[in-house]
Design a binder for this molecule. Structure first.
Ligand code: ADE
Ligand code: ZN
Length: 338
């Protein structure tokens, strides 16, 4: 349960965010502003009408609206403005470092050049108030050939991307479908992550590890259905980027009290807390911490663990990682002394 002191600590503690789709940070107000700027007509009369449409029954019902929202992004400045808005909002939540997903295929299939997407997002990361790096996701509802073509398109921008991921409609699109493109990305020295075990079964988590060789699992909450898999994830200290509000909005769990975040931590899993698509799911990363701690038996020790896990699981130089972990420890030691 959440008292005022714990609420303050969750907000003030230094943290990393490892699961944020930049297109999912596009707020309805900015969607309307960009639509007007670009002469794009929207099938919603107002910001309020658009927000009203954010009532999802599952992942696909969300993705349909999310891809429609992204259709207002046309120019490099649009991608810059969206990214800068997220970085400022994350800084207010005391996020020190963000590893940001972007979906180039959502834009290149509409005729927006790859360069426009990456340059806009990347330039904002250089100008923004916090440390930020980019992970390019492949849309799993499209073919592996299209993913390979996207990876080839990214080669001139290799220095602007730290890794690749896999997102969009999970069920029916298992990790195996993308074995070759992940192998190619691995040979390029890119970090590897994949959404798995959000709506899909524990077997998808297993094949993300064995076939794709991922270094983190995005979501992964369904791992607890398989005791052997859970034991392996604990043994390997494989990070899970859990997104509590997303799981409720997409009906992975009915209510926050059903979230398995506490059970993941109790099992010894390297769980982290993240926002996924904050403009669509009712909040940024601190809202996720607050909602989970409000509904679940989580205390200050869990807060410290989650903050530590977020930096421990980040793709950072060891020295920067150590410095941020030390900042987390100093924060909680000072709070304990006070
Ligand atoms: N794209 C954006 N958010 C996603 C999610 N939660 N799962 C799969 N694909 C996504
Ligand atoms: Zn996601």
């Amino acid at each position: 349960m959440l008292n005022e002191q714990l609420r303050h600590m969750l907000q003030a503690m230094p943290k990393a965010e490892l699961h944020i789709h930049i297109e999912g940070s596009l707020e309805p107000e900015l969607i309307f502003e960009l639509a007007q700027r670009n002469g794009v007509s929207l099938p919603y009369a107002s910001v309020e009408a658009l927000r009203q449409a954010y009532a999802f029954t599952d992942l696909q019902s969300f993705l349909d609206i999310y891809y429609a929202g992204a259709s207002v992004l046309l120019t490099e400045q649009d991608f810059y403005d969206m990214t800068m808005a997220y970085l400022r909002r994350a800084a207010a939540d005391n996020v020190r470092h963000a590893e940001i997903f972007f979906d180039p295929q959502t834009h290149t299939t509409r005729g927006v050049p790859f360069r426009t997407v990456v340059d806009g997002i990347w330039r904002a990361c250089q100008d923004g108030p916090i440390s930020a790096t980019l992970i390019m996701c492949f849309l799993r509802h499209l073919s592996e050939e299209e993913a390979i073509a996207t990876l080839e398109e990214a080669l001139p921008f290799r220095d602007k991307i730290i890794g690749v991921g896999l997102d969009s409609s999970e069920v029916g699109h298992p990790p195996e479908k993308f074995a070759r493109v992940f192998e190619r990305a691995r040979n390029l020295g890119l970090h590897l992550v994949a959404h798995a075990g959000e709506e899909g079964p524990p077997a998808y988590i297993e094949s993300a590890l064995d076939v794709l060789n991922v270094e983190r699992i995005d979501h992964g909450v369904r791992c607890l259905e398989d005791a052997d898999l859970t034991a392996r994830l604990v043994r390997e200290q494989m990070a899970l980027t859990v997104c509590p509000l997303s799981n409720i909005k997409l009906r992975v769990f009915d209510v926050m009290g059903d979230s398995n975040l506490r059970r993941l931590l109790d099992a010894g899993l390297a769980a982290t807390v993240n926002s996924d698509d904050p403009a669509y799911f009712g909040g940024y990363v601190n809202d996720n911490y607050l909602a989970a701690f409000d509904a679940l038996p989580l205390d200050v020790n869990h807060a410290r663990q989650l903050a530590r896990n977020s930096f421990a699981a980040a793709f950072l130089e060891p020295e920067r990682k150590r410095a941020w972990l030390a900042e987390v420890d100093a924060f909680f030691d000072a709070a304990r002394a006070a």
